[in-house]
Design a protein around this ligand. Structure first.
Ligand code: GLY
Ligand code: MN
Ligand code: MN
Length: 467
């Protein structure tokens, strides 16, 4: 029966049109803003000790085979601080203002120069003006301008870099190569002498880990979007899966929904393990033909504008859990629910894991699968939580606080040949959700995909173009 729409219902119905409108712009326009990156650089500088410089390198292009390179993936710290997604670039942040190539300031970015003949093959290079315009940075130069005379480290006591391995940056990065980044690294190496060696107790890595562990509102928007896209993929697999499908076909359904919604890549290689493969924690080959009675463990999530979700659902291929599968599944679900209750600001970040361990230890003991607490690790060999953000395994604060985003992902894995009743063999279950700590508790960013046995079995009965 049609009823008059309340203002709230009218607004909710309008949301899909808003999403369409956003997608209708020529290119995505919901990236992190220049102000976000400027704020993060200021926060890094604030935490740097006196008389130091922080050095951040872009990722390098990596060769795949012959003249084909891997798709470029930017270094996440560099992206966090600049937004720039090009190789051969370097950011310097000085604690105190200095003058570099006639410009005085604390931030200096060296980037690739424009190159029309290369751009014809691989697309636009922003160049100095493009970077200044897009990212609102003033002191931008091309990498070939980075010379001995450009660096003045005379007032610097310590050089802070995440790449300072074996005390020689260039050995770690570029291995003495002749590409622009290696050359810049070699110049920095030559300029670093004696007491300018990094301060091990307060490296820039620690500063970045501290900052990245607490997400800013703009980052939370992107993680929430990645999580919501991911749940759409999981729901499509729940509806579309059937006996006789392959693991890679389930992956294809999942990843179609990622791309359809503007996700640039999966956040990590999709894990689609069925039967015995449910027990391989990071199974990525996804080649098996799925049979009646199998479980499928899908640990798959989208990356959106650099931010990854991390979502796992475990579902019966034929749409109905067997009695043994249901018992193990519901034990993992109970562990996850108990862990959620400890997702609160002020709690240590390992509290959710401890809750999951208590539930699973008790449950497996009761089922006669383990005899001692020490055996738990045989069937639950990983932690319950890790931070989530630019990296799928991102920093997590020691004490939970508003803005922390992390996973809650208990699991039980019983491979064939395990020392327990055979009826449990080939049952691997993980349930993984993405949790944001708020002022009032927590929000499950991946709640859009069902977790209970009844809800999953109900969704399996829905229509799908894939079956
Ligand atoms: N997808 C990897 C993990 O759950 O940590
Ligand atoms: Mn995870
Ligand atoms: Mn995962």
């Amino acid at each position: 029966m049609l009823r008059k729409l309340t203002p709230l219902v009218s607004f909710l119905l309008f949301i899909p049109m808003l999403i369409e409108a956003q997608q209708a712009s020529e290119y995505p326009n919901d990236y992190l803003s220049p102000a976000f990156h400027a704020g993060r650089r200021a926060a890094v500088r604030e935490m740097m000790p006196k008389n130091t410089v922080g050095i951040f390198f872009a990722s390098q292009v990596r060769n795949r085979n012959n003249d084909v390179d891997f798709q470029f993936a930017q270094n996440k710290n560099f992206y966090y601080l600049t937004g720039l997604e090009e190789p051969n670039s370097m950011l310097l942040i000085f604690k105190e203002p200095v003058t570099v190539l006639g410009k005085t300031g604390t931030e200096f970015l060296f980037v690739q120069p424009r190159n029309p003949s290369r751009e014809m093959w691989t697309g636009k290079i922003l160049g100095v003006e493009g970077v200044q315009e897009l990212y609102k940075l003033d002191n931008v130069f091309t990498h070939d301008q980075f010379t001995y005379t450009a660096i003045d480290l005379s007032k610097v006591d310590s050089v802070l870099t995440t790449l300072y391995s074996e005390n020689i940056i260039s050995k770690y990065y570029g291995r003495g190569g002749s590409d622009p980044l290696s050359k810049m690294a070699q110049l920095i190496d030559s300029a670093i002498t004696g007491n300018k060696k990094p301060n091990a107790s307060r490296t820039i890595g620690n500063i970045l880990r501290t900052l990245r562990a607490i997400k800013q509102p703009e980052e939370i928007t992107l993680i929430a979007k990645a999580a919501s896209i991911s749940t759409e993929g999981h729901n499509a697999v729940m509806k579309g899966i059937k006996t006789g499908m392959t693991e890679y076909q389930a992956q294809a359904i999942m990843e179609y929904y990622f791309k359809k919604n503007g996700s640039e890549y999966p956040g990590y290689p999709s894990i689609n393990g069925s039967a015995e493969n449910t027990c391989v924690l990071h199974y990525e080959t996804n080649q098996r033909l799925m049979k009646d009675g199998d479980l499928l463990l899908s640990d798959c999530a989208a990356e959106y504008h650099g931010y990854s979700a991390d979502v796992t659902r475990t579902i019966p291929v034929n749409g109905k859990f067997s009695p043994a599968q249901k018992i193990i599944y519901e034990l993992v679900l109970e562990a996850q629910d108990s862990a959620f209750l400890l997702c609160k600001s002020g709690n240590a970040s390992n509290e959710p894991h401890k809750a999951a361990v208590r539930v699973i230890t008790r449950g497996l003991t009761k089922l006669g699968i383990i005899a001692t607490d020490a055996e738990l690790r045989t069937y639950f060999p990983h932690g319950t939580s890790h931070g989530l953000g630019l990296d799928v395994h991102d920093p997590n604060p020691g004490i939970l606080q508003t803005g922390a985003v992390f996973t809650v992902e208990p699991g039980i894995y019983i491979p064939p040949g395990s020392k327990c009743d055979k009826k449990w063999w080939n049952i691997g279950v993980r349930i993984e959700d993405d949790i944001l700590i708020t002022d009032t508790g927590y929000q499950n960013l991946s709640a859009g995909s069902p977790r209970t046995v009844a809800e999953i079995e109900k969704m399996a009965k829905q229509k799908s173009i894939f079956k």
